[in-house]
Write a protein that binds this ligand. Structure first.
Ligand SMILES: C[S@@+](CC[C@H](N)C(=O)[O-])C[C@H]1O[C@@H](n2cnc3c(N)ncnc32)[C@H](O)[C@@H]1O
Length: 362
């Protein structure tokens, strides 16, 4: 039984407005119609003054006990959903951040909470109505393909995500390819820098978020999307079709260091290098891919939080010297924090024309 305000139906509207305005209505319970009356759940008994005012608005009003149904109220956060299921220390240990890729969530569960992982997964489904599946991170991004192992926690068992970003659609086989929604801002930022007619080398293309966003949001002529992981290239080809950019994004399966000398030498106005872990080994390929008239390289690196620019800049300048090209960092920024001591940065590097090419058109 719950404490309720009982009124005749003709006075229900005035009564509910008063209850809500005065914080007396209990939103966790469902009002009932029965025995020719309406029963509103009360958060507490009205004060004498409130009862008097209520009587003047709805003369039939009286407080009674009545059985009401509890409404399912969706928790507002993972912490709130787990309030009664985890101890305060366990809740503190929970890393609140998770990535969502379409209707899949991927969450990091700390070791101390591994036994509660299923419960955490179900809580996440409860918090977010758009989610259908929750997976936990089972390994760091590893190997050449930078793939992360994930294991099922709750909801539908499906590792293929359907993801939307900036009006583009992607299928992503999350357990077989690298994908992160965290660089979405970067993709649009670079799309806005691209000039009409540019040819772009989209190195380390993955399932295609960089080149496909460029095709939809920039005036580029064409992007060559180079990727080593055959499953990522399968997803990439499907995504190119899904977004109708077949004429402007060309997928190439292979190693950047082998593909560029054979197919992309001197073809590009701009090269994008989203391989922050080890991308330095491909800087020579980036310089080789640029047109003799010069262009831009967007170089991503994990680097020292205290002095983020020094090491990536040293690497770019060393390769520029080798190629006899002068470079200028036109912009750089910290893209995201990676660990307590490391950040991910991007350098927008302008590579000037080859000395013997000055004055010539592209
Ligand atoms: C950090 S992921 C970035 C993927 C994608 N650009 C994105 O933002 O989702 C790096 C990608 O580079 C690919 N890769 C690694 N080494 C490569 C190489 N030598 N040549 C071409 N692709 C490579 C990996 O398979 C992976 O898909």
């Amino acid at each position: 039984m719950s404490i309720c305000l009982q009124v005749v139906p003709s006075e229900a509207q005035k009564a509910i407005v008063f209850l809500k305005e005065n914080g007396l209505f209990d939103g966790n319970l469902k009002p009932a119609h029965a025995a020719g009356a309406v029963f509103f759940p009360l958060a507490r008994r009205p004060s004498q003054a409130q009862a008097k005012k209520l009587k003047s608005l709805a003369p039939s009003a009286k407080t009674v006990q009545w059985k009401l149904e509890r409404l399912h109220v969706r928790p507002r956060s993972l912490e709130e959903a787990l309030e009664r299921k985890l101890s305060p220390a366990e809740r503190k240990a929970l890393i609140g951040s998770f990535d969502t890729v379409g209707s899949l969530a991927v969450i990091e569960v700390p070791d101390a909470l591994k036994k509660k992982a299923g419960l955490i997964g179900r809580a996440l489904l409860e918090v977010n109505a758009a989610l259908e599946s929750v997976y936990q991170i089972a390994s760091a991004h590893k190997g050449k393909f930078r793939v992360q192992k994930i294991s099922w926690l709750a909801g539908k068992k499906q590792k293929r995500a359907h993801y939307k970003e900036a009006g583009c659609e992607f299928v992503v086989d999350l357990d077989k390819v690298f994908f992160s929604p965290r660089l979405s801002g970067e993709r649009l930022r670079i799309a806005q820098l691209i000039q009409p007619g540019e040819v772009v080398g989209a190195f380390f293309a993955g399932v295609g978020p960089f080149p496909i966003l460029f095709a939809r949001h920039s005036p580029m002529a064409k992007a060559y999307a180079v990727e080593l992981n055959p499953t990522a290239v399968k997803n990439l080809k499907e995504n190119i079709r899904l977004n109708h950019v077949e004429d402007r994004v060309e997928p190439i399966l292979g190693d950047v260091n082998k593909v560029v000398p054979k197919r992309l030498r001197g073809l590009c106005d701009r090269v994008v290098m989203p391989l922050p872990h080890g991308g330095e080994d491909f800087l020579e390929a980036a310089f080789l891919a640029l047109k003799p008239a010069g262009g831009f390289i967007h170089f991503y690196q994990f680097t020292d939080k205290q002095n983020p620019l020094a090491e990536p800049l040293r690497r770019v300048e060393a390769v520029a010297r080798k190629f006899g090209r002068s470079v200028e960092v036109r912009a750089w920024r910290v893209v995201r924090s990676f660990s307590p001591v490391k950040v991910q940065v991007v350098l927008d590097v302008e590579v000037r024309a080859k000395p013997n090419n000055l004055g010539k058109n592209k």
